[in-house]
Write a protein that binds this ligand. Structure first.
Ligand code: HXC
Length: 514
């Protein structure tokens, strides 16, 4: 065969495979508002940067007439490409081919690209759209999942791993996304559950739709399994690109710095936080008053909104924010917000992203519910995550810092590198009202006018303890600063912490309270 004919054969073979599961299956996919697997990759990556591998891989199913079936690419597309010029590895399950079900070759293509991403130390993006384990391949499919989970775990903390749920992701298949760092979901398209509606109906006799069981909104608001919620696939890809711009390629790199920019003038840092400690406000406005171009890329926006986490830039450098949100439940720490913060802190620590903590909270949420849900165990995760962090960590006390909340929110005592406080900060065991009722109870009860006495004692307490100066006098706060000085202090803190080297005791690994 001449070289020309061989080339033509290659073109024809390629074209055949690029048709995926065929026109009918593609039309069905499109009718659901979904792109095809290849369209998704092209939409996400830098133009012309995608290089596909294992295009000609053949499935290995022999039973149930599977040997007669041609499954192009075995239902998954794998390759490498770039986002903003940064290299990434990617796989996308192709639902048009046998419902994107995972057979042994499908799994091997995924584990091969995972091995490459770990070896070459670049982020991995997995687009999930699959009916789960390929029923006809039995235990070989299950083996494939196990090998994916093993690699997810091996790569954890070495390369960023991103999962995108763009279709069904059912049964044990959900555990690969669950093991990765960030999960993206899209309204009406993403479905994630261990046991589906059919099983629930059979076993429990309950009727529930896929959407209500494990749709995008449920995982973004209720379960906390998803980190980013989008209305469309296009919006989802924009979110992935933004995330990539804030995080490094791997645990040995730092995130890429951009040209420094000032915050927008519309965010007036001295006008955001009310002096009355009971007045709510949106802590995201404080973050935007600090960051370059007032940009803040929020993570898990819809889950446990009493704590705010996400990324911004200061003087061009990528930084992470963990901030109590006084607008929701007064910014208390509870089971869900503790989990949310702790996991984020550990990711940022693993990937060299400095962490800035903004404090304004009355403490942990009291109540039987929280106690019985394990607020002790979950709350402990925050203490653990901050204490083990070796990236630069800075804390800014905006207003209230009471009790356990003061300690947990990266206090000096957990080894914060710098602790700053605004002049209105109140650092105390509890709020002035509660504290006065306890320590001045006798005087208040014995007074001719108990209410007047109570007010006087509260005032006394406030003057004595509810300020930043007691903590500053002990060195627990490094500097009391004006709100307008915040950015200047943080830029300086970043500069003088750039070479931080804080080794942990020699150990195999710690045992975080999970
Ligand atoms: C083989 C599968 C398949 C699977 C779908 N298909 N799932 N083939 N194994 N798991 C095939 C269908 O037979 C069909 O083939 C094509 O994909 C499209 O599927 P449809 O059912 O027509 O699509 P749709 O109506 O959109 O329904 C999607 C679905 C449904 C809800 C995902 O296909 C479904 O319920 N599939 C089974 C899901 C499941 O129970 N998976 C096993 C989970 S347990 P044709 O040839 O007709 O086009 C699991 C264990 C993992 O994954 C454990 C790891 C530890």
């Amino acid at each position: 065969m001449s070289l020309k004919r061989k080339s033509r054969e290659l073109v024809e073979r390629r074209a055949q495979i690029l048709k995926g599961g065929g026109e009918k299956a593609i039309l069905k996919q499109q009718a659901l508002g979904k792109m095809t697997a290849r369209e998704r990759i092209i939409a996400l990556l830098d133009e012309g940067s995608f290089q596909e591998y294992d295009l000609f891989a053949r499935h290995e199913g022999r039973d149930f007439d599977m040997d007669k079936k041609n499954l192009p690419g075995d239902g998954v597309i794998t390759g490498t490409g770039k986002i903003f010029g940064s290299p990434i590895c990617i796989f996308a399950q192709d639902f048009t081919v046998a419902g994107g079900s995972l057979g042994s070759m499908h799994a091997r293509k995924i584990t091969k690209i995972m091995d490459h991403s770990l070896k070459m130390r670049m982020p991995l993006i997995g687009i999930n759209d699959s009916g789960g384990a390929r029923v006809q391949e039995g235990v070989n499919s299950l083996a494939g999942y196990g090998e994916i989970f093993y690699r997810n775990t091996l790569a954890s903390g070495v390369i960023p791993q991103i999962s995108v749920i763009l279709g069904p992701c059912a049964g044990g298949a959900v555990y690969s996304p669950a093991l990765t760092d960030f999960v993206f979901v899209v309204d009406k398209i993403s479905k994630m559950f261990i046991t589906g509606p059919e099983v629930i109906k059979t076993v429990l006799g309950e009727e529930i739709s896929m959407e209500a069981l494990g749709g995008a909104r449920i995982h973004s608001e209720v379960t906390g399994n998803a980190h980013f919620y989008a209305e469309s696939e296009k919006e989802c890809f924009e979110q992935i690109k933004s995330l990539i711009s804030y995080i490094p390629w791997n645990n040995k790199h730092k995130p890429r710095a951009l040209r420094p920019r000032n915050p927008k003038n519309s965010y007036k840092i001295d006008e955001i936080v009310p002096t009355d400690p009971k007045q709510p406000y949106d802590v995201r406005d404080v973050i935007k008053a600090i960051t370059d171009s007032s940009e803040f890329f929020e993570v898990m926006e819809l889950f446990a909104p009493n704590i705010v986490i996400g990324y911004g830039r200061i003087d061009g450098q990528s930084v992470a924010f963990v901030a109590n949100q006084p607008n929701v439940l007064a910014g208390v720490l509870d089971v869900d917000s503790s989990d949310k913060a702790a996991r984020f802190i550990r990711f940022c620590d693993a990937f060299n992203i400095p962490i800035i903590t903004l404090v304004d909270l009355p403490g942990y949420l009291p109540g039987v519910d929280q106690e019985h849900m394990g607020v002790i165990r979950h709350g402990a995760k925050v203490l653990y995550a901050y204490s083990e962090a070796t990236v630069p960590t800075f804390t800014l006390i905006l207003r209230k810092a009471y009790g356990g909340g003061y300690i947990a929110m990266n206090s000096r005592h957990l080894n914060a590198d710098f602790v700053f406080a605004w002049p209105g900060a109140e650092i105390a065991v509890m709020g002035p009202e509660g504290a006065s009722n306890i320590i001045f109870r006798k005087e208040i009860l014995a007074a001719e006018d108990p209410e007047k006495m109570r007010r006087q004692k509260i005032k006394e307490y406030k003057q004595k303890f509810a300020n930043p100066y007691v903590a500053a006098a002990r060195g627990y706060v490094d500097a009391v600063i004006e709100p307008e000085e915040t950015r200047k202090f943080l830029i300086h803190a970043l500069e003088v912490s750039a070479s931080k080297d804080a080794p942990q005791p020699d150990r195999k690994h710690g045992s975080i309270p999970l």
